[in-house]
Design a protein around this ligand. Structure first.
Ligand code: PLP
Length: 382
C-alpha cells in the first residue's frame, strides 16, 4: 500500500468531512434547499474575510477573481501599480496589460517583502495611479507583504488596494474592513481545504462605487450582477453546487476550530519548519518576512531541488512544490495551509531529511525533526 501526503501550497488536502458532504447527490440550485446552504456559506465567508460586505463566489480558479478585480474596477488606459516580488505579483502586471491598463511595476527582490515607503513614493511620483495590487502572501517566494501598512497609505487617497489573499485568507489575520482593504480575493484550493474551482472576492464601499465608472468589458465575471444575486442567496450563473456544499462544511470546520486557533496553528507549523531548516543549516528564501502559509527552503548547492522534489513525490509519495523561474531547481516549498497538522509537518521534515540523505547530502538524520518538535512542545495541549 502506498500512502500519499500532499504538502504543496495548493491544491491542499481535502478533509474527509468535506469530501463526504460533496459526495451527496447533486441538488438543483434554484431551490430553497440550495439557497439555505448558500446563505450559510455566505455568512461563513464574511467571518473569514472579516467584512460586512458581500463575499462573491465565482466558479473559477483564483486567477478568475484576480481578472475580475481589474475588469470591474478599471477603464482602458487607467494607471495601476503592481507590486511584483514573485510569480503571482508578476501576474497582476500581465492581467493589467492584457486589458490595456498602464501598468507601473514596483519590482521587489525575490524573497523580500515590499517596503511600504516605496509604495508611497511611487504614488507620489505618479499621482494618476488609481489602484495598487499586491499579494498578501507571495506563494512563489513564501514572503508575507505588509498589507496593513500599504492599506494605511492607499486609504488616504483615491487609490484602491486590491489584495490577492489566496494563500493568506484563512491562514493569518487579514481583517478586510478594519485595515481598509478595497478588494480581497481568495480561492478554494488553499486554506479553504476544497478542490480547485471556486474563487472569492469582496469589495469595499468605495470599490463598489468605482465599479459604476469602470468601462472595461465584462460579462461572465460581472460583480455587480453577482451582488444582486447574492441578495437572493444565489449566484448569477449556475454555481459550482458541489463545491459550495463542501465550502459550507469547510467553513464550519474552521469556525469550530476557532479563527484565532486556525491562525495560531499555521504560525506554529511555519515556525517549526523554519526551526528545522535552521537546524539543517539550510537558508530560507524569505528569512525576514516569512509567510505562515508555506516555507521555502534552499536545497544544498550540490542537490538539485527539482530532482529532490520529484524523488519525494514519485518515490516517497510526499508532494512538495519546487521553485519557479530563477528559483527553479534551487528550493523546496513546504505548505502549512489548509487541513494540515503537526504530524503532517513532522512527516514533511522527516521526508525532506531522508531525501537529502538519498541525494548524498551529509545530513544528521532527525536533527530537523528534533528542532521542529522543540517548537511544537511549547504548544502542547494541557
Ligand atoms: C494559488 C495562487 C493563485 C491562484 O492561482 P489559480 O491557479 O488561478 O488558482 C493566485 N495567487 C496566489 C498568491 C496563489 O498562491
Amino acid at each position: 500500500m502506498i500512502k500519499s501526503y500532499l504538502l504543496a501550497p495548493g491544491p491542499t488536502p481535502v478533509p474527509e468531512r468535506v469530501s463526504l458532504a460533496m459526495a451527496r447527490p447533486i441538488i438543483h440550485h434554484r431551490t430553497p434547499q440550495f439557497s439555505a446552504t448558500f446563505a450559510d456559506a455566505e455568512a461563513g465567508l464574511k467571518e473569514l474575510f472579516q467584512t460586512s460586505q458581500d463575499v462573491l463566489i465565482l466558479a473559477a480558479s483564483g486567477t478568475g477573481a484576480m481578472e475580475s478585480s481589474i475588469t470591474n474596477l478599471y477603464s482602458a488606459g487607467d494607471q495601476i501599480l503592481a507590486i511584483n516580488g514573485g510569480k503571482f505579483g508578476e501576474r497582476w502586471g500581465k492581467i493589467g496589460a492584457a486589458y490595456g491598463l498602464q501598468v507601473h511595476e514596483l519590482k521587489v527582490e525575490w524573497g523580500k517583502a515590499v517596503d511600504p515607503q516605496d509604495v508611497r513614493k511611487m504614488l507620489d511620483q505618479h499621482p494618476g495611479i488609481r489602484g495598487v495590487f499586491v499579494q498578501a502572501s507571495e506563494t512563489s517566494t513564501a514572503v508575507l507583504h505588509p498589507v496593513r501598512e500599504i492599506a494605511a497609505i492607499t486609504r488616504e487617497r483615491d487609490v484602491l488596494l486590491t489584495v490577492d489573499g489566496i494563500t493568506a485568507v484563512g491562514v493569518c489575520d487579514i481583517p478586510m474592513d478594519k485595515w481598509g482593504i478595497d478588494v480581497l480575493i481568495t480561492g478554494s484550493q488553499k486554506a479553504l481545504m476544497l478542490p480547485p474551482g471556486l474563487a472569492f472576492i469582496a469589495l469595499s464601499a468605495r470599490a463598489w462605487e468605482r465599479t459604476k465608472k469602470a468601462t472595461l468589458p465584462r460579462f461572465y465575471f460581472n460583480l455587480a450582477k453577482e451582488r444582486e444575486n447574492i441578495a437572493k442567496d444565489t449566484t448569477a450563473w449556475t454555481p459550482a453546487i458541489t463545491l459550495i456544499i463542501g465550502l459550507r462544511e469547510a467553513l464550519s470546520m474552521m469556525r469550530e476550530e476557532g479563527w484565532a486557533n486556525v491562525f495560531t496553528r499555521h504560525a506554529l507549523l511555519a515556525e517549526a519548519t523554519r526551526a528545522a531548516a535552521a537546524a539543517l543549516g539550510l537558508p530560507l528564501v524569505a528569512p525576514t518576512a516569512p509567510s505562515p502559509a508555506l516555507t521555502a527552503i534552499y536545497t544544498p548547492p550540490h542537490v538539485n531541488g527539482s530532482k529532490l522534489v520529484a524523488y519525494l513525490r514519485d518515490r516517497m509519495h510526499v508532494t512538495f512544490a519546487g521553485g519557479q523561474d530563477q528559483l527553479k531547481g534551487k528550493i523546496v516549498r513546504i505548505a502549512h495551509l489548509g487541513h494540515i497538522g503537526a504530524f503532517d509537518t513532522l512527516t514533511a521534515i522527516s521526508a525532506f531529511e531522508l531525501a537529502l540523505h538519498h541525494f548524498g547530502h551529509d545530513v544528521v538524520l532527525g536533527r530537523g525533526v528534533s528542532a521542529a518538535e522543540g517548537v511544537l512542545t511549547a504548544a502542547l495541549p494541557e
